[in-house]
Design a protein around this ligand. Structure first.
Ligand code: AMP
Length: 403
């Protein structure tokens, strides 16, 4: 497999699949540009080598072809700004209002070294999500080299993320810098973890996390379970959980996971106590209660002080840390202490030399909100993709390049 950093892109047209699916407000202003920023180093490397860049991405979920709302044109000024932030030769950014067709081919063909072209939303064609070969082949004609830097969509076998790779020889297809870093940090945790290895799994639903817990039972030494999903485990073990979140149809699954963990010698940590509330609201009455004895009419909305200590101890003694999902309803101030405490313990362990990977929408939002993003080893940009990777699935976007 060709390595991006070793490649010289001089005079080449480099077709880069990025994930520019960023949130916009109703004035078409970008409210979080993390995904665009994450792709900038890859784009800049091609430009500084003297290559030209053709960017392709999906954007939202358009249903019936082109619509103003889902046009990638809204992003052009911001991409221009980010590429021209540092001093140097100004970088021109062009836009093609179709991702295939004459205008796209002509503009791509006329690009000079150092110039950038953004193609219109790939999902204006149904063929993109269907993984249509002919569509992928048409896209492939836009560049001499194919670079996949869209980890966020690596779990989709779409035309531009996976199928397209077959139209490029082995030395002309590769991961971009972001994708390389994502894959390297996920591999490090999944396949080269230094022990003890703790996986911290939180969030609302057990059903979303069963596969990841099952796969981690093969690799982790400890699994911490927090957030709303912990109460299904508590109830499965015979506890009273009041009106805490519970998936009745997953009680058996929870019991089985506990049994499997015991058989494999993996230590499952459930929160010994909880911050309970009389309603799901920021101004709720609160109290502390054992997590397996929540009074009727009350619900657990965060892990309690003993659980914080219990979890933080495990984290601080671990050499590899994976974190997916908050410990409580961190969006409300009264219930964010547990998530903050876990983030702090991860930051401390990282400072002491442990490797920590944070991934999955809400834990990433939490580390950003609490200012811990640069205190952990790696924050993944791929929610669903990272989850599927840790479920042990082969991601088509990765396999297409590696094979
Ligand atoms: P997920 O998307 O499954 O990772 O879940 C994240 C959501 O779980 C966040 O919006 C949290 O507010 C929510 N959450 C975490 N802990 C609890 C809890 N104890 N009860 C209800 N919701 C929770």
């Amino acid at each position: 497999m060709s390595k991006f950093a070793d490649h010289n892109f001089a005079k080449q047209k480099v077709l880069i699949r990025v994930d520019f699916n960023v949130p916009l407000n109703d004035k078409y202003e970008i409210t979080d540009d993390t995904r665009i920023r994450a792709a900038i180093p890859t784009i800049k490397k091609v430009i500084s080598d003297g290559g030209s860049v053709i960017l392709m991405s999906h954007f939202g979920r358009p249903k019936d072809g082109p619509t103003e709302k889902y046009s990638l044109q809204h992003l052009v000024p911001h991409i221009y700004k980010l590429l021209n932030e540092s001093a140097g030769k100004p970088v021109k950014v062009f836009f093609a209002n179709d991702c295939i067709g004459e205008q796209a081919y002509l503009t791509a063909g006329m690009l000079s070294p150092g110039e950038v072209l953004l193609l219109e939303n790939l999902r204006f064609y149904k063929e993109e999500e269907k993984g249509d070969e002919k569509f992928a082949e048409k896209l492939s004609k836009l560049g001499d080299v194919y670079v996949n830097d869209a980890f966020g969509t690596a779990h989709r076998a779409h035309a531009s993320t996976a199928v397209i790779a077959k139209f490029f020889p082995g030395d002309k297809k590769m991961f971009g810098l972001l994708m390389e870093a994502e894959v390297a940090s996920a591999e490090k945790v999944l396949h080269q973890s230094e022990k003890p290895f703790v996986a911290i799994i939180g969030g609302a639903k057990v059903s979303d996390k069963i596969l990841i817990i099952e796969n981690l039972l093969e690799r982790a030494t400890d699994i911490i379970i927090g957030g709303g999903m912990a109460y299904t485990f508590m109830k499965a073990a015979g506890g009273n959980i009041g009106k805490s979140l519970c998936e009745e149809d997953r009680l058996d699954t929870a019991s089985e996971l506990i049994k499997k963990a015991e058989a494999k010698g993996v230590c499952i940590h459930l929160p010994s106590d909880s911050i309970i509330a009389d309603k799901f609201a920021a101004d709720a009455e609160t109290s502390v209660s054992p997590s397996n004895n929540v009074p009727d009419g009350w619900m657990g909305l965060d892990i309690g002080p003993n659980a914080c200590e219990q979890f933080c101890n495990v984290i601080k003694h671990s050499k590899t840390i994976l974190w997916n999902g908050p410990m409580g309803v961190f969006e409300m101030e009264k219930f964010q202490h547990g998530t903050k405490a876990v983030a702090t313990a991860i930051a401390e362990a990282t400072e002491d030399g442990s490797f920590s990977l944070v991934g999955g929408g809400d834990s990433v939002a939490a580390v950003n909100q609490f200012g811990f993003a640069d205190k952990v080893s790696y924050v993944s940009t791929g929610g669903g993709a990272l989850l599927e990777y840790f479920e042990g699935k082969v991601l088509p976007g990765i396999a297409a390049i590696q094979s």
